[in-house]
Design a protein around this ligand. Sequence first.
Ligand code: NAI
Ligand SMILES: C[C@H](O)[C@@H]1OC(=O)[C@H](O)[C@@H]1O
Length: 253
Amino acid sequence: MLLENKVVLITGASRGIGRATAIEAARQGANVAINTFRDDAVAAEVVAEIEALGRKAVVFDADVAQPDSATGFVQAAVDALGRVDVFVSNAGICPFHAFLDMPVETLRRTMEVNLHGAYFMVQAAANQMVKQGDGGSIVAISSISALVGGEMQTHYTPTKAGVHSLMQSCAVALGRHGIRCNSVLPGTIATDINKDDLADPAKREYMEGRIPLGRLGRPEDIASVVAFLASDMASYMSGSALLVDGGAFANFQ
Ligand SMILES: NC(=O)C1=CN([C@@H]2O[C@H](COP(=O)(O)OP(=O)(O)OC[C@H]3O[C@@H](n4cnc5c(N)ncnc54)[C@H](O)[C@@H]3O)[C@@H](O)[C@H]2O)C=CC1
Ligand SMILES: C[C@H](O)[C@@H]1OC(=O)[C@H](O)[C@@H]1O
């Protein structure tokens, strides 16, 4: 098992990639703290799945965009599970909207959840790891959208480029403490975040057609890569980005 007896914290873990990552961490032997946001019934399902795997789970309901949520989440995890070995910054939103009439509030909220939220959370986790004194692993969910644009994502793609950049700078800032920081760049993974966008059959067919492996991603495709980066198998990786997209980015023509 890759994460035996580690304590893994994950933001936005009630659904999609975060949920799959929480379950995978438990399958790999970790006790897991999940941050969720106004999703109590689903959070209870995730806890039940983790406990069914014989691992401990704790839930902390909070909006990652609020700075206090970060210290609260880390403290709750330490109180319940003793320490922080791995931190996965995953929570994110992507309210698709055109550029020319982007509402200020949509831009602001997307930045605050995706980028500021990641910053606050990673900072709180890093402070706890430094206090513990024996290193750690931080993984942030960036995106293929850190590398390429999207017509309806002008507010979103800069946050994903920012998250990858945050991991690079944190790798530099935290290396002396033995803390590794890496990002995962998923391609198009079928989750709630793009359910409406991909409900358009033409859009779905177009996106599938761009992927050499011939299918959209599943949350589990990302969770296994996060588990690898979190684990000692990746002990000399820091400041790296792993693109997990079925080959989509490589497919120019
Ligand atoms: N699905 C995709 O194609 C891709 C997703 N990503 C990224 O993966 C991450 C997870 O997205 P998905 O699992 O696809 O979406 P999802 O919508 O299934 O899950 C998002 C999770 O974040 C939580 N969340 C939303 N706002 C929050 C807040 N303010 N505070 C705390 N939690 C909050 C939601 O409750 C949910 O559990 C996001 O950062 C997204 O940008 C990156 C590349 C591709
Ligand atoms: C939400 C989108 O479908 C998804 O988000 C990303 O980061 C990917 O690039 C996809 O566009």
